[in-house]
Write a protein that binds this ligand. Structure first.
Ligand code: BV8
Ligand code: ZN
Length: 253
């Protein structure tokens, strides 16, 4: 984490006080929370996945259908990497936070399942879950086949895909409605490791601000992040900032 300057320490202390006082806390996470588990993010750093692979060919319905075999293999490798990855200190800190706060909701854009493996219980997956597969035709759910078979559905012969939300596909309606309502009602929203560019998830911090909440941004890069009187930027890797935040909020433990 950046050298703990006086200013940064004061920001952490103030953020910790907001969390300790809060009755309802909502957390919104993105790929940055899994970066310290070794999973590449989409748009940050040199490992940004979208920098290497053409997202248009794999993560859009038409692109996926056109490149089905390659796209299926790309997702199968990402699913295997997610299954091999271990939750990091940020995931564990968020599971700990859930146990300490009266009302808590973790909303994630991530599809790697690491929050659940770290013990988080109320997890809302806005973009689906990479560890499940689904059929474009009959919606039958499944898990990854090993070795890589062609993505053909055994039930209807349709095309199989990962059970994730592609671009130009709607997010699960009930999950999004629940996320917006929780953000409107919470006292503190903590945004962790998201570039805030993918809609409609990117509007969730705005719901929290319009509901009068404090918004804490935990990120290694603050460009493009919400700003304002009720927004605090906690600059640093989530795996270091979040445990520190909890230590300050509940020092005895
Ligand atoms: C939809 C699954 C209706 C697939 C994903 C309004 C305005 C502009 C655009 C749109 C709009 N409405 C709709 C759109 C289009 C589109 C969109 O938002 N496009 C953007 C890119 C311009 N949205 C959609 O299509 C959504 N659907 O709106 O349906 C519709 C119908 C028809 C036509 C149009 C619209 C669907 C969105 C879901 C897409 N699926 N993933 C897959 O993964 O393969 S999105 C993908 O991006 C991932 O799910 C990911 O979670 C998500 C967001 O990215 P982040 O998680 O933020 O990750 P990123 O790499 O960007 O950032 C990492 C951050 O971590 C950085 O800030 C970095 O600094 C930080 N970091 C790095 N290391 C650390 C760290 N922070 C802390 N600690 C560290 N160690
Ligand atoms: Zn099918």
């Amino acid at each position: 984490m950046e050298k703990i300057t006086g200013e940064f320490h004061r920001e952490l202390e103030a953020a910790a006080a907001s969390i300790r006082r809060a009755n309802a806390v909502v957390v919104l996470t993105g790929a940055g929370v899994s970066a310290e588990s070794g999973l590449p993010t989409f748009r940050s750093g040199q490992d940004g996945m979208w920098q290497t692979e053409d997202v248009r060919n794999f993560a859009y319905p038409d692109g996926y259908r056109r490149n089905a075999a390659r796209a299926w293999e790309w997702y199968a490798h990402r699913a295997a990497a997610a299954a091999r990855a271990m939750p990091n200190a940020a995931h564990h800190a968020l599971a700990d936070l859930e146990r300490r706060v009266r009302e808590f909701l973790l909303i994630t854009q991530n599809i790697d399942g690491l929050h659940q493996r770290a013990g988080s219980r109320t997890v809302l997956e806005l973009h689906g879950n990479l560890l499940r597969t689904r059929c474009f035709g009959c919606e039958t759910l499944g898990t990854w086949p090993e070795p890589l078979t062609a993505p053909v559905c055994e039930s209807c012969g349709g095309l199989r895909r990962p059970d994730v939300v592609f671009f130009q596909e709607d997010l699960p309606v009930r999950a999004m409605a629940r996320a917006q309502a929780a953000a409107l009602d919470c006292d503190v929203l903590i945004s962790v490791g998201t570039s805030n560019v993918v809609w409609p998830a990117a509007e969730i911090p705005q719901y929290a601000l319009s509901g009068g909440a404090e918004v804490l941004i935990v990120n290694t890069e603050m460009r493009g992040q919400p700003e304002g009187n009720h927004v605090s930027h906690l600059h640093g890797p989530a795996g270091e900032v979040l445990p520190r935040l909890l230590e300050l909020a509940w020092p005895q433990s």
